[in-house]
Design a protein around this ligand. Structure first.
Ligand SMILES: [Zn+2]
Ligand SMILES: [Zn+2]
Length: 231
């Protein structure tokens, strides 16, 4: 069904950019290397399955707007065709989209891709999650509509003002540290050997540094202007 919807967007003329009115978009879909990376990188299972961070099947990047990449990326709704700024699903709306992103205009689900490894895990764990997910789905989607409605009213900070490096260190680094620490803690409990816990404090500087680089990378990436764009 999702493939049919994706094809439906393919044939529909793209609506103009909400900022500049232009229709010159770069299309990010299954043929774009970032999306291919998202499909194949095994580490992204954590983002998808645990954190519910999802990537829409199609993203449109305006080539006319002279703005940072993050501010000219749009997610088209496959149902109503409205273009939503990709920034909508940042900050507090970045996580928890296990059932897909919800369009704030029509309330329908915008299809997202699944990472190959997440799909593999989902197939193997099918009996565990399927029925609870069926029950939770309508309630969760209602909650998604509710929270996206709240965020819609708030002004969106320009990408150039976002403290990416601090976010990388504390948010990304913190989450990664938390996930790995939980794994190590479980291992230590299973083995009943508390000395196995030593990497938990030792990993703090590692993830802080890793997070700083991640932030720097995202900062550079998100602030790219169309003229310098090579993609
Ligand atoms: Zn534009
Ligand atoms: Zn819609």
């Amino acid at each position: 069904m999702f493939d049919l919807m994706a094809r439906a967007i393919d044939t529909r003329p793209e609506p103009p950019c909400p900022k500049c009115g232009g229709q010159d978009f770069k299309r990010w879909d299954r043929k774009h290397f970032l999306i291919i990376h998202w499909l194949l990188n095994p580490g992204l299972c954590v983002n998808e399955l645990l954190l519910g961070q999802r990537l829409p099947k199609v993203m449109l990047i305006c080539q006319k707007c002279d703005e940072p990449l993050a501010d000219r990326s749009y997610v088209p709704c496959s149902e109503c065709g409205v273009l939503h700024t990709g920034r909508l699903w940042g900050k507090q709306l970045a996580f928890g989209h296990w059932f897909g992103l919800v369009c704030p205009t029509c309330g329908k689900v915008i299809p997202c891709i699944w990472n190959f490894w997440s799909l593999l895990i989902l197939i193997f764990m099918f009996p565990i999650w399927y029925f609870p997910a069926q029950i939770a789905r309508p309630h969760w989607l209602d909650f998604e509509r509710h929270r996206i409605g709240r965020v819609l009213g708030e002004p969106i900070t320009p990408a150039s003002d976002i403290p990416w490096i601090r976010l990388g260190m504390f948010a990304w680094g913190g989450i990664m540290w938390g996930v790995f620490s939980a794994g190590i803690a479980i291992h230590a409990v299973v083995e009943r050997d508390w000395y196995l816990l030593w990497p938990i404090p030792a990993m703090i500087p590692m993830w802080a540094l890793g997070g700083m680089f991640w932030g720097l990378l995202i900062k550079t990436w998100m602030n790219r202007k169309p003229s310098r764009s090579v993609l």
